[in-house]
Design a binder for this molecule. Sequence first.
Ligand code: KIV
Length: 272
Amino acid sequence: MSTYSEDKRKVTTRRFQEMKERGEKIAMLTAYDYSLARLVDEAGIDAILVGDSASNVMVGNATTLPMTLDQMIYHARCVTNGVKRALVICDMPFGSYQGNPTEALASAIRIMKESGAEAVKLEGGIEIKESIERILSAGIPVMGHLGLTPQSINKFGTYNVRAREEAEAQKLLDDAMMLQEIGCFAVTLEKIPAALATRVSQALSIPTIGIGAGNGTDGQVLVLQDMLGINKGFSPKFLRRYADLADVIDSAIGNYIGDVKSGDFPNADEQY
Ligand code: KIV
């Protein structure tokens, strides 16, 4: 475990709240599979989001819309199998909660029962209030998600920064307050102006987790493959790359191919 996480206690939604109260930033990353989730957890991350960005990162789809409930449950199960300490939050996929509160609750219950995730995340504000309330009524922790909501790409048409205009900024603030009032434990703020994210974070007593939302939020989240430099085709301004794994992988595989072709691999010590 990295030096950043001397506290080995399991991270819970309650600890998220404690972290906000003492001003400790929350570090979150996505993961979609057992092997990487285990490494991310062992490095000391506070929370792992099984994002529906799996649609882009794992499946190669252009949007998050095709992801199904079964697929999200599969990825979340892979992740929880590898995680001991981090809080695991699973995205509810498009179409699994917008229809009506009963369907939303049934979807959330499937995620909790079948994947072992400890919370769910839903995109949207007042439009999905009843669905969130119904899920919360079953004792399932909910993280909200405001700002850029990729499941609504067909409504907005772009992945540009959201809530630059005052009317949209005010709606976002109202939605965030509503999410807190009904009992969400945290809110993700995606790709909004830093000043607005700071304003929302200061107005809320629950933690905000930002992505492309500046440094005034209570925590940060990045897509694992983006920050590790595996997905080199994606370079938004907000992304900081902590490794260039695409180059490392390319070189390792090139060396392997060369060794196989030349007959150098396996050698006498690498056989039975
Ligand atoms: O699906 C996802 O990875 C997300 C993050 C970008 C917040 O929702």
